[in-house]
Design a protein around this ligand. Sequence first.
Ligand code: BJW
Ligand code: ZN
Length: 259
Amino acid sequence: MTDQGVREAADLLRRALRAVIFTGAGMSAESGVPTFRDALTGLWQQFDAQALATPQAFHDDPALVWGWYEWRRTAVARARPNAGHVAVAAIEARVPHAVVVTQNVDDLHERAGSVDPVHLHGSLFAPRCSACARPAWAADGLGEEPTDGRRVTPPSCGHCSAPIRPGVVWFGEALPEDALDTAVDAASSCDVLLTVGTSGLVYPAAEIPQVAARFGAAVIQVNPQETPLDAVTAVNLRGPATEVLPALVRAAWEADDRA
Ligand code: BJW
Ligand code: ZN
């Protein structure tokens, strides 16, 4: 991250009437929530995505999949929003029309004060029936919370008795239509799209910054690593979210507040 890059990005944000803040797993990494594809620490380095994050996996071994997601849900419940989440909420509060679009299944944006973030890949906190799709959280209870990745038999739907499944989007599944429509609409009409902590490898979510660029928005990227989104990025801020985002907020607005 360079001072000039931060100043350029801050100018773009300060002038924006409409902004999209598009986030991925790197946003929550410094809260202790692992990313998927980082070398060494990424979930897909340690766990087999095909055996855990597909409809077939849940069909074949519901207790393995449910137990793994309960372990992750418990870990997220113990995590706290970081300074990056707080800065995102501050940007959202400053830009007249701002929307947070996240691929994350945690609730750290909400807990940092973001208003109604769009969850493209669902939520760890919204389980539903695998057959009739009725929400299951309050109605069916969840039993004990495991502290590791052991197998846990999922609860049964109070309405049709089918197993309850995690409310996340697995590989090969369609994204929630409302969420994707809202994200595409916002991306196609924004002045600035700020992408934070995503590898930009998973579709259709990775199209969101590309749509914004195609419709003339300036794309700002916050990521310590290069990504395929570099191709559509106007300002690249290479660094961790907890350092770059607060610096961006300070440069965009806090100097004005002191004047
Ligand atoms: C930091 C940082 C710090 C680290 N600060 N940054 C071939 C080509 C194109 C597409 C396909 C293909 N083969 C299959 C597909 C489709 C597939 C796909 O895209 N696969 C690709 C992997 C190739 N997509 C799907 O299947 C989607 N559905 C679909 O296409 O449906 C079609 C359909 C239509 C109609 C009817 C039916 C079907 C669904 C995708 C669902 C993705 N689900 C997951 C799991 C969610 C549940 C769970 O949590 O378990 O979503 S996979 C995982 O990846 C998760 C994430 O949301 C998603 C994106 O990952 P993200 O957030 O980018 O994380 P990482 O780890 O990849 O990157 C982290 C970044 O952070 C890195 O860049 C770091 O450098 C950075 N970082 N520390 C800032 N401190
Ligand atoms: Zn049901």
